[in-house]
Design a protein around this ligand. Structure first.
Ligand code: ADP
Ligand code: MG
Length: 407
């Protein structure tokens, strides 16, 4: 008798879920990306018990036809690419067709969705990868997806979930990232029924940063705008050196508007600040790096938070140069410094060289300490002000070691 057999779909999905769904924040990342890819102008996020009991994302995007709503939960089911060629010019955040199948295999899902031209919406119920029910429902155009009891059928993974405060902290980080990357989209977030974020459509990143972090932070921000054609364009904001952080928690990086954890950008940023900030002190940064699509590979890891630059050193240099120019314009550095970029074709090495060590990458800045809820310093206007305690994140033994993974 032969020994090899093909794994059942659901088991394969659960194994894949190990990579895509590390923690509640990874689920929210995938669901928010789907909402953005669906052209939503309004994204509403509801969290209960640190995502353990419930995560719900409501969008006003295109919605799905009934057949698509069912197919969406199959592995490798995607509307975003069809050919290998498409993969090399990805414009959407998703493309692997893996997220919903993975999430559905380790949670209880209810999806309600309607496209513009249909009168009825469709409701699909899936538990642990099993299709339980499909029926008509009522809803405006768009999609609501509720994810309950994450890891209910995978006790080993459930054990790895951290305290509510820690999971909330990561959830807030993801939502903050996407809110910064998409000022044009309105976001709201509730945590155990309490509103922790409400931002209306903003005209640009600066206005969005103001909505999220308040005026205090805005005053210290210096604009960054630079880069080189064919290598990388850099834009965004960094803080003036008087703003000092002892962690990188207030650094938000994006490549082609995709949230990334990336050591190249962190390295370029630090390099740019080298002569003005002492070792161990980090600036606040919202950095958007635009790289020609053929210069990066986003398909490095299922969670897509790691990317590979073809010309790693050149990108780093360009970022450092843009930062120095920005500091020079503000009178902080004497004059713009020109840096030689690496010659074309300098291929990058292993991804391990660039991926941040645990907990070192981008984390949210709106926490007031262990046990705090997301945005505990919320103002009456529903905006999360900067409270200046960037390193007061919830800390637990073991957390640091687990934070480096995909989100
Ligand atoms: P991917 O995003 O990589 O394509 P997913 O598993 O995240 O894979 O989603 C599968 C498909 O389901 C998507 O390609 C899209 O067509 C559809 N989909 C998922 N979420 C939404 C949503 N919020 N609105 C509309 N369509 C969606
Ligand atoms: Mg997706």
């Amino acid at each position: 008798m032969n020994k090899i057999s093909i794994l059942p779909d659901n088991l394969a999905n659960q194994i894949a879920a190990g990579e895509v769904v590390e923690r509640p924040a990874s689920v929210i990342k995938e669901l928010v990306e789907n909402a953005i890819d669906a052209g939503a102008t309004r994204v509403q996020i509801e969290i209960e018990l640190g995502g353990r009991r419930l995560m719900r994302v409501i969008d006003d995007g295109t919605g799905m036809l009934r057949d698509d709503a069912i197919l969406a939960f199959e592995r490798h089911a995607t509307s975003k690419i069809r050919t290998l060629e498409d993969l090399s010019k990805i414009m959407t955040l998703g493309f692997r067709g893996e997220a919903l199948a993975s999430i559905a295999s380790v949670a209880k899902i209810e999806l309600t969705t309607k496209i513009k031209d249909e009168t009825a919406a469709t409701r699909v119920i899936i538990e642990g990868g099993k299709l339980i029910d499909v029926k008509d429902a009522a809803r405006d155009t768009g999609t609501t997806i509720s994810v309950r009891d994450l890891f209910f059928n995978t006790p080993a993974r459930r054990k790895f979930m951290r305290s509510e405060a820690t999971e909330n902290y990561h959830l807030a980080g993801i939502v903050t990232h996407y809110a910064l990357a998409h000022p044009e989209i309105a976001f709201t977030m509730t945590n155990n029924g309490r509103e922790v974020l409400r931002v209306s459509p903003a005209k640009d990143l600066r206005e969005r940063a103001f909505q999220i972090f308040g005026a205090g932070m805005l005053e210290s921000l210096l604009p960054v705008s630079g880069g080189r054609e064919f290598v990388a364009k850099v834009s965004g904001y960094v803080s003036a050196p008087r703003e000092r952080r002892t962690t990188r928690d207030a650094q938000y990086f994006f490549v082609n508007n995709r949230f990334v954890r990336d050591k190249t950008i962190a390295g370029g940023l630090l390099e740019g600040f080298r002569s003005v900030l002492p070792h161990g002190v980090y600036p606040v940064a919202f950095l958007f790096v635009d790289v020609p699509i053929e210069e990066i590979d986003v398909n490095v890891h299922p969670a897509k938070t790691e990317i590979r630059f073809r010309r790693n050193e050149a990108v780093k240099d360009v970022i450092a140069e843009a930062i120095r120019n920005s500091l020079a314009k503000a009178g902080i550095l004497p004059e713009p410094v020109q840096v030689e970029t690496e010659p074309v074709g300098n291929l990058t090495g292993s991804i391990d060289e660039y991926v941040e060590t645990p907990a070192a990458a981008q984390l949210p800045i709106d926490f007031q300490g262990a046990g705090a809820e997301i945005g505990s310093g919320i103002s009456s206007g529903g905006i999360l002000p900067v409270n200046g305690t960037y390193n007061d994140r919830p800390s637990e033994a073991g957390d640091t070691l687990r934070d480096g993974g995909a989100q």
